[in-house]
Design a protein around this ligand. Structure first.
Ligand code: SF4
Length: 504
């Protein structure tokens, strides 16, 4: 075991040994860039990591880290992992132990802890907890397991375990195989928010362009409805997301909702969500259309209730517009309203966030989704940004705690959690809900325990047999033109995937 020397590292040299992907991932976690060398020597302040698998039944990993310090002296550190767990697949175990070794070595060498999730890099940490619960592990065993095997902090291990336990009542069993959810993606927005890296396009100014898209989408919806009927499926929840679905012109939006209701909703459909996103995309006519189509949940996504922040992130509306939109949706009687906020937005302080949360508390939403800013390539913010400082990452972490406190004061509990790449401080996004107001679709999409049929550009179809941990997926293209031009091929492939899974 190495001593905690707290060195500076300029970069790392790749060794071509078959483990590069895991090494590169851990280096990215510690923000250590890859370096090029002209010869085999290790440059000053650079490290090189070698790994070797030892044993075969329950393999372990021996990791050696070489480092050349500023006095040009070569240091060598090593770590032997514990053996793989008996129930682990060998490849999964090797990947995990390798990452854990590198994580621990880099942590000791640099003194840096890159966020509370340890080596867990996946989008869906609750999936692992569900697997452990399925295997009969108890709560304290799971929390210790996440800490020891994945270096997850005690606090996050407890949070994700609590969330998974709360989700157990919503998970389907093998007998519920025919109950599916449907996602419909509308790829347009009225303007681009500066932090956004989604593949959304600006709503075309020429209506014939919108028509072409909607004609393709109608075929997509009809084809999905036929597949659902042929395979004897039942739609549990519907979700129209994007982009911003409400950015469509009034008549188109109303026609889309009634088509979805007619073709996809059944008497068993328990939830119908529309992301109304920003107030500049929504008006009373569109709110009425949602109500008439039987929408049960609307998402209003201010991200912040600070005027200065709304300007800074490129929103063309003010706080008054958000409040007015919220109240109109509430007044018309749509049962569940979600509000989305982002912590870590540029220039925001804890005081700003507290003020945002106080304003939201007055509105009494049923759900609150707290995102951590993720700076991704493709966002305007990233283009003008060097990345986040340590102070900003720490601030994002404190902000998540503040948001949790306010959600709890509003009577909400955390019910789903997911992670993305490049999140400030390697943190997470958490969905809170009043008990009984949880979004079914959000739980199913994150836990991957229910088949989801994707309609529209960039949507994913995932066929799943509950209880069997088997998944087969198909993705529609992100590019709108490609989606329209190749639609028949995508429809055939989706139908084949669903038919293969459900016609047996
Ligand atoms: S409204 Fe949503 S999808 Fe559209 S640009 Fe803003 S963040 Fe991105």
């Amino acid at each position: 075991m190495i001593a905690a020397t707290k060195v500076k590292i300029k970069g790392y040299i790749t060794v071509k040994d078959g483990f590069q992907e895991a090494v590169a991932d851990m280096m990215a976690l510690f923000e250590i860039p890859e370096m090029e060398t002209l010869d085999d020597s290790l440059p000053s302040l650079a490290i090189c990591i070698r790994n070797q698998v030892e044993g075969s039944q329950l393999p372990s990993i021996h990791t050696v880290l070489e480092y050349v310090d500023e006095n040009q002296e070569r240091q060598e550190y090593e770590r032997h992992s514990l053996p793989a767990e008996p129930e682990e697949l060998t490849t999964t175990a090797i990947r995990r132990l390798l990452r854990l070794n590198i994580f621990q070595l880099l942590h000791h060498l640099t003194g840096y802890t890159p966020g509370p999730w340890g080596i867990m890099r996946g989008v869906r940490p609750a999936k692992l907890v569900h697997r452990l619960l399925d295997e009969g592990m108890d709560t304290s065993g799971i929390i210790s397991h996440l800490h020891e095997h994945y270096a997850v902090s005690h606090e996050k291990a407890t949070l994700i375990t609590d969330i998974a336990l709360r989700q157990r009542n919503f998970l389907l069993e093998a007998k519920d195989k025919q109950r599916v959810s449907v996602y419909i993606g509308i790829p347009y927005c009225l303007s681009k928010c500066y932090y956004c890296s989604f593949s959304s396009a600006l709503l075309p100014s020429v209506h014939s362009e919108i028509d072409k898209f909607l004609q393709a989408l109608e075929k997509d919806i009809n084809s999905a409805a036929d597949t659902i009927t042929k395979c004897g499926l039942d739609v549990d929840s519907l979700y129209i997301g994007g982009g911003t679905p409400t950015s469509l012109p009034e008549q188109d939006f109303a026609a889309l909702l009634s088509l979805v209701k007619k073709k996809l909703a059944t008497t068993h459909t328990r939830e119908f969500t529309v992301e109304a996103g920003r107030p500049d995309s929504t008006n009373e006519t569109k709110i009425l259309a949602m109500c008439q189509a039987g929408v049960t949940r609307v998402s209003v996504n201010p991200q912040s209730m600070q005027e200065k922040t709304l300007k800074r992130i490129g929103r063309n509306h003010n706080v008054r517009d958000i409040i007015s939109m919220f109240q109109k949706i509430r007044d018309i009687g749509i049962p569940v309203i979600n509000m989305d906020i982002i912590v870590g937005l540029p220039g925001e302080t804890i005081t700003d966030l507290e003020d945002t949360l106080k304003q939201i508390s007055v509105l009494c939403p049923d759900n609150l989704t707290v995102h951590t800013l993720a700076l991704k390539r493709g966002s305007l913010l990233m283009e003008n940004h060097e990345g986040l400082s340590q102070d900003q990452k720490l601030l994002a972490s404190k902000m998540l705690v503040t948001a949790e406190r306010y959600a709890s004061q509003m009577g909400m509990v955390p019910y789903y959690l997911y992670r993305q790449k490049n999140m400030a401080g390697n943190l997470e996004n958490v969905g809170y809900a009043l008990p009984g107001k949880e979004c079914l679709y959000n739980i199913q999409i994150i836990d991957e325990r229910q088949t989801i049929i994707g309609i529209g550009p960039a949507s994913a179809t995932k066929a799943i047999v509950p209880g069997k941990h088997k998944l087969s997926s198909f993705y529609n293209p992100k590019d709108i033109r490609t989606y329209i031009d190749h639609l028949p091929t995508h429809l055939q492939r989706r139908e084949a995937l669903i038919a293969k899974w459900f016609n047996n």
